[in-house]
Design a protein around this ligand. Structure first.
Ligand code: UDX
Length: 443
């Protein structure tokens, strides 16, 4: 098989398919990315991927190329894993890479084969690609297209690929779905739910899943706003409603909100598609979900300014975390970096630390100052902002930190530090959606 597009999704998928016993060619048009992958090196940080890649390359069943001719010659099954970012000029998804990939591959498909779309696309895209394949592939209607959305999370990509909680396939003909079932046989034999649906439903499942997750996070962040207005505690509230099995505690982590390369752009792309389909009102609520989410970033900036006695100019702000979430070096739409940038714009001297994302952050936000060690970031700080909940930060000793900073004031914007420990070490600790923790303890 081939995997076309070797980003987060494709690189993991290619290596994972090889460990299932398939003979895999991974293709990417980015030569530098392929140059790394052939050496078993990954262009991004993903726990477990280096090991999986090494294991797969060692079997001889995984290789990489930039040649579509080689991919077309090799593949009986072609997975489409290219990116669909947000367009710079609108909320809609940019499908250039998807159409370019199919445009390059189709004229080379001379034998019957299965094309499997995994990229996140607006509903209706697969149907257009199906026509494009039929019209331009020499093998014509012997080129089948199915849609197989991917639900992997960064940080857990290897596990989510090899042990998914479900596999969904959209197909015109159940026989095409059966061909894909054969590819995933070792996973399906473990009893993984296998859902065969139509093409449109398969594309919608992915958009709906991401929209639901984003809504759940924004719901609890809206509750955080109410907690702030009333003195209630959003963490206790989330625990209490989360015990209801119909609600569930997962994804009720209130704080700085969601970012990354998927949830924000998929939410906006979904709304844009609803407008094109002339049902904008169906997803109008997602605009609130987006607004609530972005408000948390502004609110965190306000709290930080308050902790700086209303005057950020010239003050040293230590930022712990740059990645959009822990266990990732991805800084796309990172809430942490947005907060850091906003404080920089207000005249603060912002020093950022992250265990993995510093190189990416340095490249895209050169205006900020960076420290390779969290202790260097906080030395002399007037406020410490905990913006991405890496385990490394929970392991820091608040007593030691209190001895390094100029003023022991901190904001835990992810509600994950051990508050009693920090308070006992003399910190004035604030959190989002929670009463002033220091006041609580003193009371
Ligand atoms: C997401 C989906 O989870 C995944 O199924 C889909 O395939 C791609 O998009 P990912 O972007 O890797 O995956 O991150 P995820 O773990 O979902 O977190 C997204 C964002 O939400 C992060 O910024 C995270 O910090 C934030 N988040 C998550 C919260 O603010 N609160 C929570 O309770 C959970």
């Amino acid at each position: 098989m081939t995997v076309i597009g070797c980003g987060y999704l494709g690189a993991v998928h290619a290596a994972a398919m090889a460990t299932l016993g398939h003979d895999v060619v991974g293709l990417d048009t980015d030569e530098s990315r392929i140059a790394l992958l052939v050496q078993g090196r990954t262009p991004f940080y993903e726990p477990g991927l280096d090991e999986l890649l090494a294991e797969s390359l060692a079997t001889g069943r995984l290789r990489f190329t930039t040649s579509y001719a080689e991919a077309a010659e090799h593949g009986e099954v072609h997975f489409l894993c290219v990116g669909t970012p947000q367009r710079p000029d609108s909320n809609a998804a940019d499908l250039t890479a998807v159409f370019a990939a199919v445009g390059s591959l189709a004229p080379l498909l001379e034998r019957p084969c299965l094309v499997v779309g995994k990229s996140t696309v607006p509903v209706g895209t697969a149907e257009v690609l199906r026509e494009q394949l039929a019209a331009t592939a020499p093998a014509g209607s012997d080129v089948r297209l199915v849609w197989n959305p991917e639900f992997l999370r960064e940080g857990f990509a290897v596990r989510d690929t090899l042990e998914p909680d479900r596999l969904v396939v959209g197909a015109d003909d159940p026989a095409h779905a059966e061909e894909l079932a054969a590819v995933y046989a070792p996973i399906l034999e473990r009893g993984t739910p296998w859902l065969v649906v139509d093409l449109a439903t398969a594309q919608l499942v992915k958009s709906a899943a991401n929209a639901f997750l984003a809504t759940k996070i924004s719901f609890i962040n809206a509750m955080a706003e109410l907690c702030e207005a009333t003195g209630a505690d959003v963490v206790a509230l989330a625990d209490a409603i989360g015990h209801d099995a119909r609600i569930g505690r997962r994804f009720l982590g209130a704080g700085l909100g969601f970012g990354g390369g998927c949830l924000p752009k998929d939410l906006r792309g979904f709304m844009a598609r609803a407008e094109e389909l002339e049902v904008p009102e169906a997803l109008a609520f997602l605009s609130d979900v987006d607004d609530i989410n972005l408000r948390r970033r502004r609110h965190a900036v306000d709290v930080a300014v308050e902790l700086l006695d209303g005057d950020p100019a010239g003050k040293h702000v230590a930022v712990l975390g740059a990645a959009f979430k822990p266990d990732s070096d991805d800084i796309r739409d990172s809430p942490a970096l947005d907060v850091a940038d906003a404080l920089h714009d207000l005249g603060a001297h912002v020093v950022v630390h992250d265990p993995r994302a510093l190189d990416n952050a340095r490249r895209t936000r050169p205006e900020l100052t960076y420290a390779d060690d969290p202790l260097d970031a906080v030395r002399g700080a007037h406020v410490v902002l905990h913006l991405t909940e890496w385990a490394d930060y929970r392991a820091l000793d608040p007593v030691e930190l209190a001895g390094l900073v100029a003023v022991p004031r901190a904001l835990d914007a992810r509600n994950s530090l051990d508050a009693p420990r920090w308070l006992a070490a003399g910190w004035d600790l604030r959190a989002l959606g929670r009463p002033r923790l220091s006041d609580q303890v003193r009371a």
